[in-house]
Write a protein that binds this ligand. Sequence first.
Ligand code: SF4
Length: 319
Amino acid sequence: MRPIRDMWFIQIEVTNACNMSCANCTRFVGHHKKPFFMELPMIEKAIDSLEGYKGCIGIMGGEPTMHPDFLGICQIVQKKIPEYKRGLWTSGFKWKEYEPIIRKTFGERVVYNDHSVGNQVHQPLLVAINDCIEDKNFMWGLINKCWVQRRWSASITPRGGFFCEVAAAMNMLFEDEEGYPIENRWWNKTSKQFKDQIKKYCPNCGAALPMLAVSNKGPKDMVSITNYRRLEAIRSPKFLKGDIEIFDKKMTRENIKMVMKNWKPWEYLGEDGQRSKERLYCSINSRAVKAFRYSLIRHIRQRCGDVKRKISRWLQRHK
Ligand code: SF4
C-alpha cells in the first residue's frame, strides 16, 4: 500500500452530514444516529499536524457546506494553509450562498462531487471481503492492491488520523478504538507502520472485492453477514428501517478474474452521470485539476529558485 506521506491529498473531514442519501455511500450516510461536525479548534489542530506534508490538504464531508460554521472553516484555511495546497470537495449544495467565500478561499481548487445526476453507481463497501473469499492469501493480495488506497487519500476525523478515508468512515460508524493521535507528523508513516489499521479495517470492507457496482439511487445498502451483525449491534437507523440487502455469495479466483476484466469501480458516474458532469461541471473540474498542477509547479519552481539563490550567495561568500 502507498505510504500516507506519498498521497497526493489528506482530507480533513469536517462533517458527515450530507444533503443526499445515496445507497452504498462511502461515508455510510443514513447509518449514524446523528452527524458529527468537527470543532474549529480541532480543524486548526488537524492542519497544524500536517506541517511538512508535501501533498495538498482537502476540506471534505459529507457535504462540508452543511457545517454550521463553514465560514469559520474558510477563515482557518485562509490563515493556515498555503494557497497552492488548498482543496474543497462539494456537491455544490449552498453554492449560491457561499460562492464568494469559496472562490476567495479555494480559488479554482474546488472539486465538484455531485452524486445526484445520472445513473451513478457505488461499490458496496459493507460487503466484507473476508465474508466472500475463503482463500485468505488471495484476499490479502486483493487488499494490498486496493484501488481506493492507491487513488484517494488518508483522512482526519474527530476520532483521529487514518490511512484511508473509507477506514476512517468505518471507524466513525462503528465507534471502535480511535485513529492515530493528531500530533505533529502523524502522517509520516510507511505502509508497515499503519499495518494495524489495515488489519483492522480492510477485511470488513468491500472496496477491494471485484464485484459489479450497484446504483446509488436505491434506498438499500448491500451488506454481508459480518457488517449486518455490526449494523444490528449499533442500531443503525438505516438497518432498522430495513434499507439493506444481504449479499451472501462466496467468490472464487475464477469468478473474480471474470469480473476484473471489466471492473473499473473508480468510474462511478455511469454514462448519464458522465455526460451530465461534462455538460455541467467538467470545465470547472478540469480547471481545478489544472489549478492544483499549476500551483504545485509554481511552488516547486519557487523552491528551486530559493535553493539556487542560496547556493550562489554561499559561493560568493566563499570566493
Ligand atoms: S480495503 Fe477498504 S479500508 Fe482497506 S484500503 Fe481499501 S478502501 Fe480502505
